[in-house]
Design a protein around this ligand. Sequence first.
Ligand code: CMP
Length: 146
Amino acid sequence: ERERTFVMVKPDGVKRGLIGEIVSRFEQRGLKLVAGKFIEIPRDLAEEHYGEHREKDFFEGLVEFITSGPVFAMVWEGQDATRQVRSMVGETDPAESPAGTIRGDLGLDLGRNVVHASDHEDPGSNEREIDLFFDEEELIDYERPD
Ligand code: CMP
């Protein structure tokens, strides 16, 4: 099923100059970029985005980290885009991510894992995250040859 999914390059990835590398991987895979913005996440948005982790002991550190610098937020579209992106991103922990995945190749540790991507095991998380970060008119529809 054709769908849209949310991805963002986290502050560690931005500061290390990895935006282009990451965008390039999704482009080469044939996914279509439908939205992108370079922003500093306000604290309230960070807390809402990571709401499912509110009770975890790493929550405060997670919010501090994601608001510690700019992020590059994106929406990518394609066949099973959420699952496809997830497999390209790898496991949460870079140490458990195979070479060839974004986190396996570029991630440093559990916190500094370069990218966030919607969870394919959490149905609706893609739509929820897209709505949180983008207005409808920021999602651009155009033809991309396959
Ligand atoms: P992500 O899946 O993008 O969103 C939740 C983030 O929480 C996850 O990436 C990790 O970066 C972070 N995270 C998960 N577990 C831990 C942990 N035990 N300590 C610190 N950060 C964590």
